[in-house]
Design a protein around this ligand. Structure first.
Ligand code: ADP
Ligand code: MG
Length: 749
């Protein structure tokens, strides 16, 4: 009986059967058998009685409500103004806030605090300090002044800095971002007061993902304000961008994960034959959530609620073992901090529940990968959501201008949008007929596409409506249909009152994409403001001036609008040959955009990144790409040599013993399987030799050359090793196979 049969035989006594298999094969696939054994006999995690939402909501956050309780009226007013508008905070208020924060944290049993910051990786960094100091008599007292709150100094120069800091010039600073609330992070090892912070070099250059995000919001606010003033708005509150990120992820039982060095170290399977059943039946999407996963989700979401993170939806995703969670949208800076926290907590909570949480963009070949749709909009307290068209977009001029700015931005800065989502992992997903193509186009939907087409033709007359959805069933109430359908093949789609950047990878920080979107918007709004100003100065009436500006914009950039099937090969060809858009398949091709002059100018003119900061980012991301491929290549070699080859040879040995004893009895066995195993083993060894040689090459003139080598030589050689290994998986006796198989990891929960 094969292992799969064991699992699938519902009435079999699993325990006994596994014991029998185990005795027979202790050497070959011990850990794999053990894993199935452990999972089958796992005790179910008990579901804790859920606490009511109002008892847990934001209990671990020092938010405005808590400040109001503990601060004087004047201090609270100053702090509230800073949180709402980003206005600077005076030293006296900072002192009072620090004291209140400390009291609150100590009252909750917290002994440590930490600036949490967001280096140029996709993970967070923190350095913990105790509130405690001892006085001259050796008594313990607690201390937390505003200077400790405002500034931290993480030692070491070990964070990626892209040559900005010499190894011997290690000083870096973290500084409190008062617009993102502090919170308490509980772990089994204690609780810490976490202070969201920016991170910079001694020379003041941004070394993190938060500084450019804050600057990009600022730039967008300024440019947007100018446009709105020209449109005659007199009261204009500060503009901010919003972000709602849908996070996809896989859960794999940790017993399996522990037997897969590739999952543990690279976050994806580097080997694995396709299972007989994958996702062909589309029976997982929105299906019933497995009980064990539901227990995990509830535990996870309760923690999110305590941290004031508005988890809103969760469901099964397309692939077996894949799920999604989406919080309600928030201001971009807060959403970005929350998104990081969600990824950290997701991994930690999954571990507690006996799962490995995979945030990798493509953990399993041939199975859907994971993305992170970043829903993004821009608005303020006075004009509302500026990307909300209302029912009659054709006469909503503010909307048309802001939407036009997005169209121009995606067209002009498409390669930048591609660069900020570029990673070795996301390359496996983009364009793989399941995720958006690596061509940046904009989907508007029927209604808006027509409005912008009309503008291009020099007129705006009316907007078609979605009409009513009438099913002809008396028991189902009629409802208003959306004026446009959804298009899931588009990388950048309008979805009613926001854009959805669908090409972002599941493990990525949302900051990079938000910075790119805010900055391109700032640039486009400035362009629009200049043109509009000139038109109005000429004496053109406001609506006609808007149409004139947008007509010019559409003539220059309308080519980026595409409503068809983004997966089709026809589009891939047409986009490039007829529309002049770029298809940028790999990170090696995408990252060099960061070195282009027009991108440098964009960031410098908006004040978001200086040329030095931009150059350092290019270097850091290029290095990360190269390193992650090199690590994977080494793993491929290691696993193929020490796990897969021995299994193949072991099987050959078994076959040859059986063959000889059969021959003694005068029975001749078919030897085609043995031949095939021998051939594939030899071919795999030859492929390993080539890959080993390739990773020894280090003499590259530029990082670009090195990245191209990774994309076009190393990755190809890795896939050759995998090809033979995966064939071996289908030939070698199941009981000898050392690695948990796809069907086991994806279907056993
Ligand atoms: P779908 O799967 O249909 O794309 P979801 O409901 O899973 O949609 O997620 C949509 C996301 O978009 C949510 O996080 C939601 O809060 C967010 N969102 C809604 N309105 C806005 C907005 N104005 N700005 C940014 N995000 C928004
Ligand atoms: Mg979505």
């Amino acid at each position: 009986m094969t292992i799969t049969e064991v699992i699938n035989t519902e009435n079999s006594n699993l325990f006994n059967t596994i014991n029998v298999v185990e005795e027979k094969t202790m050497s070959g696939n011990e850990s794999r058998i053990q894993a199935i054994h452990q999972i089958t006999n796992r005790e179910t995690m008990s579901v804790k009685t859920p606490k009511p939402l109002d008892k847990i909501w934001a209990t671990d956050v020092f938010n405005l409500a808590k400040m109001e309780e503990s601060l004087s009226k004047t201090a609270f007013k100053a702090m509230k103004n800073t949180v709402k508008t980003g206005a600077p905070l005076d030293a006296a208020t900072a002192e009072v806030v620090a004291a209140a924060m400390k009291e609150w944290a100590l009252s909750k049993g917290v002994k440590f605090f930490s600036h949490i910051f967001y280096p140029m990786t996709n993970i967070t960094a923190e350095k913990h300090d105790g509130f405690i100091i001892s006085d001259s008599e050796g008594k313990a007292i607690t201390e937390f002044s505003s200077s400790l709150l405002i500034k931290g100094e993480p030692d070491g120069s070990s964070f990626p800095n892209g040559s900005i800091r010499m190894t011997n010039a290690a000083r870096g600073y973290t500084a409190w971002d008062p617009t993102s609330p502090v919170y308490i992070m509980h772990t089994d090892n204690g609780s810490t007061l976490m202070i969201p912070s920016v991170f910079m070099s001694w020379t003041g250059e941004a070394l993190d993902k938060k500084i450019p995000l804050l600057r990009s919001i600022d730039a967008m606010n300024k440019a947007g304000n100018k446009v709105l003033s020209l449109m005659g708005e007199t009261e204009i509150a500060p503009l901010n961008s919003s972000c709602g990120a849908e996070q996809e992820y896989f859960l794999v039982d940790s017993n399996f994960a522990n037997s897969r060095p590739d999952l543990l170290l690279a976050g994806r399977t580097l080997f694995g034959a396709s299972p007989a059943k994958g996702q062909q039946f589309d029976d997982h999407y929105f299906g019933t959530i497995p009980a064990r996963v539901q227990v995990f989700m509830q535990d996870y979401e309760d923690q999110l609620y305590r941290l004031g993170i508005p988890a809103k939806t969760h469901h099964n995703e397309v692939a077996p073992g894949q799920f999604e969670i989406a919080p309600y949208f928030e201001a971009a800076n807060i959403a970005a901090d929350h998104q990081q926290l969600m990824m950290t907590l997701m991994r930690a909570t999954a571990k507690k529940h006996g799962f490995l949480c995979l945030l990798h963009e493509k953990p399993f070949a041939g199975i859907n990968g994971s993305g992170k749709h970043v829903n993004w909009s821009v608005g303020n307290a006075t004009q509302g959501n500026l990307l909300d068209p209302g029912k009659t977009p054709h006469d909503n001029l503010n909307f048309l201008l802001f939407c036009g700015a997005v169209i121009r931005g995606v067209h002009k800065y498409g390669p930048l949008l591609r660069a900020v989502i570029a990673s070795a992992a996301n390359d496996h997903r983009l364009g793989a007929n399941e995720a958006p193509p690596a061509i940046l186009s904009v989907y508007l939907g029927d209604q808006l596409e027509k409005v912008f087409q009309d503008i291009k033709d020099g007129k705006i007359t009316s907007s078609q409506s979605g009409g009513t959805m009438d099913l002809g069933l008396s028991q189902i109430l009629n409802f208003e249909r959306d004026p446009g359908d959804r298009n899931r093949t588009s990388p950048f789609a309008f979805t009613g009152n926001r854009f959805e950047f669908r090409a972002v990878g599941s493990s990525q920080s949302v900051s990079g994409p938000l910075v790119a979107m805010n900055t391109m918007l700032a640039d486009s709004l400035s362009w629009i403001a200049d043109k509009l100003e000139a038109e109005l100065k000429k004496g053109t009436k406001q609506p006609d001036a808007v149409v004139a500006v947008l007509k010019e914009l559409m003539d220059l950039h309308g080519n980026v609008i595409f409503g068809g099937d983004g997966y089709s090969s026809e589009w891939h060809e047409k986009a490039v040959s007829e529309r002049g858009l770029q298809n940028i398949p790999t990170t090696a091709d995408a990252l060099p955009a960061l070195r282009e002059d027009y991108i440098k100018t964009l960031f410098e003119s908006t004040g978001v990144l200086s040329p030095i900061e931009l150059a350092s980012r290019y270097e850091v991301y290029a290095e990360q790409y190269i390193l992650s491929i090199e690590v994977e290549a080494k793993l491929v070699i290691d696993m193929a040599k020490t796990l897969i080859y021995p299994a193949a040879i072991g099987y050959l040995a078994e076959l040859s013993i059986t063959n000889s004893s059969m021959a003694e009895m005068g029975i001749e066995l078919d030897n085609s399987v043995a031949k095939k195993v021998a051939e594939e083993s030899n071919a795999m060894i030859a492929a390993i030799a080539k890959l080993s040689e390739a990773i020894e090459k280090h003499d590259f003139a530029t990082m670009e050359e090195h990245m191209q080598f990774c994309a076009n030589v190393i990755l190809i050689l890795m896939s050759k090793v995998r090809l033979h290994a995966d064939i071996l998986e289908t030939e070698v006796a199941d009981e000898l196979w050392p690695l948990p198989k796809y069907q086991e990891m994806l279907f056993i929960k």
